[in-house]
Write a protein that binds this ligand. Structure first.
Ligand code: ZN
Length: 257
């Protein structure tokens, strides 16, 4: 979300819920908004990461604690092995990115062909990118300032995802730069594969384990949740969650093409 749009929404909220806006004012915007993100979040929000682990551990909830730990260990081991093999096969097939990233870049490249580019400061890679109005979609013509050296664009996508948006791609094309050079290395399969190179080892039978000498813990009955069922999800969707048409729902993030 661009800063002006965010500020307009915040203003609307301030008019209706001034106390909520006052409360939000106490938290730096860089801590909770993508519009003012100053770090490298790659489009992730904390709750999304928690939901991601939830999906890996599905079925391992509400079990006795020792079974729960064992199941968690086994499921993560299975996940590492499956994903590691999948990514290795994709690398062998000479893929550079996961399909989600590939599709997003293809889409941005297609949109970039309709942008008009004006260069300002070549040394720092500053450009103004003019979008063409689309009356059918009701989109006004907008201009974005891209600073390639700073990996930033007014649209906010470039710096938030560390992937070139359509404006950055248009700027790269204008001065014959490879837009792939502006894809953060964390998206490269060869780097993702390194995550899954860590190995788990069999725990063996409990009788072979060393004796436990640490403190023993007991659950506090007062902290038990009173309501039944799973809490409702508060997952926050963003650009990375846009669905891909005709995509098989059973496929995982790193499936091959
Ligand atoms: Zn942009």
């Amino acid at each position: 979300m661009r800063k002006p749009r965010f500020e307009a929404k915040l203003l609307a909220m301030r008019a209706e819920f001034p106390q909520a806006a006052d409360w939000l004012d106490q938290i730096p915007k860089s801590k909770w908004t993508q519009a003012y993100n100053e770090g490298k979040q790659y489009g992730h929000m904390t709750t999304n990461l928690a939901e991601c682990m939830n999906s890996v551990l599905k079925g391992a909830r509400a079990l006795p604690i020792t079974v729960l730990v064992n199941e968690t260990f086994n499921k993560i081991n299975d996940s590492f092995l499956t994903k590691g093999i999948k990514i290795m096969n994709m690398i062998k097939a000479e893929h550079r990115y996961s399909e989600d990233i590939y599709v997003m870049m293809q889409k941005n490249q297609h949109i970039a062909t309709s942008h008009y580019v004006r260069m300002y400061v070549r040394k720092i890679g500053e450009f103004e990118i003019q979008e063409i109005a689309n009356t059918q979609l009701g989109r006004r013509a907008m201009a974005c300032t891209v600073k390639l050296n700073e990996w930033s664009c007014d649209c906010g996508q470039f710096q938030a995802l560390r992937l070139p948006c359509s404006h950055a791609i248009a700027a790269c094309a204008f001065c014959n730069l490879n837009s792939d050079d502006f894809v953060d290395p964390v998206y490269k399969l060869e780097n993702i594969f390194k995550v899954y190179q860590h190995h788990f080892h069999s725990l063996g039978s409990e009788g072979t384990w060393p004796q436990y000498l640490g403190p023993y813990f007991m659950s506090d009955p007062l902290k038990r949740r009173q309501t039944s069922g799973r809490p409702t999800t508060t997952r926050i969707h963003n650009e990375m969650d846009e669905s891909i048409p005709n995509r098989c729902k059973k496929c995982s993030l790193y499936r091959s093409e």
